[in-house]
Design a protein around this ligand. Structure first.
Ligand code: CP
Length: 329
């Protein structure tokens, strides 16, 4: 693996899921793989889970992580080619990234979208500029349109849950139907990127082992390049019927880019709605706005697997770094 910015960088999803679960069982199995290797974690936006889990994953492999909060401590970066830098930006990525390439062996970057210019955001200019100029492997810690480390984690968590249901002595699955996964839009107080939803759709579709339904209010369509293959239903109750997994996430409008049209609280997932499902496990990438996106009663119930899911971020990152380190040898 040369870079990790989308599902297209993975040749075998099942194999990388298996590797992640191997690390979950034995975190230090490859504790010398990254000896004398330095990994830079650049944040142009806030993070808790991604920041901590990627550092832990790197340390489990013997790497030395260095975190740099570009948004707070760095110079304002310019990404446009041939920009006349007479505004607020101080340093061009074509000057900064090659220096990162000298300091580090692997470079990880978080760059959120502006939500102002769809064309710019969906061209993934920022992360592509880092790939172009750094000269070392680049890992996305969430880019303008995708969050692949989160989505790999989500597949790992779903796989783990399905396996544990299948091996449960008291409640074995009595059928071999494909699991039903529902991605549902949820209300929020401000416009959020489409990254997590795009990325989850891209990975579930590529994984191909589930019946996949996306439900959202009209006008919240996502980019078809990610959702193609999923069934889109605008009636949330209908969509939730018999779901095994419900993934809750807000996103702003894609077509009329970055807007909030509907904020109907009826779209918040409650225990009443869980009754429509097949006692579904509830997922969210976190952070979550309690009693806006998801009710306390659901988040604090046995249906919620959000903590297990966030815990698995370490093993997803460790499996990806393993692939990158092996390719760099
Ligand atoms: N899910 C996720 O990426 O969390 P953070 O923003 O805290 O890293």
């Amino acid at each position: 693996m040369l870079n990790f910015i989308s599902v297209h960088d993975v040749t075998d999803i099942d194999a990388i899921v298996k590797k992640a679960l191997m690390y979950k069982a034995n975190p230090f199995a490859d504790k010398t793989l990254g000896t004398n290797k330095r990994i830079g974690l650049l944040f142009l936006n806030p993070s808790m889970r991604t920041r901590l889990s990627t550092q832990i994953a790197a340390q489990n492999l013997g790497m030395e992580p260095i975190v740099f909060n570009v948004d707070k401590d760095g110079w304002a970066l310019e990404f446009e080619e041939e920009a006349i830098m007479s505004g607020n930006t101080v340093e061009h990525v074509k000057d900064a990234a090659p220096i990162m390439g000298k300091y580090f062996d692997v470079l990880c970057i978080r760059t959120f979208p502006s939500l102002k210019n769809k064309e710019d955001d969906y061209s993934e200019l920022y992360i592509k500029q880092f790939i172009k100029y750094a000269g070392i492997p680049v890992v996305s810690l969430e880019s303008a349109t995708l969050h692949p480390l989160q989505s790999l984690t989500d597949i790992i968590t779903i796989h783990e849950e399905i396996s544990s249901r299948q091996s449960a002595i008291l409640s074995p699955r009595t059928d071999d139907r494909r699991p039903k996964i529902v991605l549902t839009w949820a209300p929020h107080v401000k416009p959020l990127p489409q990254c997590v939803a795009n990325s989850f759709a891209q990975w579930v579709n590529a994984w191909g082992k589930a019946d996949f339904v996306i439900t959202h209010p009209e006008d919240y369509e996502l980019d078809e390049q990610f959702t193609k293959g999923a069934t889109i239903i605008h009636n949330q109750n209908e969509a939730l019927k018999d779901a095994d997994f419900v993934y809750v996430k807000n996103w702003s409008t894609y077509n009329d880019y970055g807007k909030i049209y509907c904020n109907d609280p009826e779209w918040m997932l409650t225990n009443e709605k869980i009754k429509l499902t097949n006692n579904a496990k509830v997922m969210h990438c976190l952070p979550v706005r309690r009693n806006v996106e998801l009710s306390d009663e659901v988040l604090d119930s046995a249906n919620s697997i959000v903590t297990q899911q966030a815990g698995n971020r370490v093993w997803a990152a460790q499996a990806v770094l393993n692939e990158i380190l092996k390719s760099a040898k």
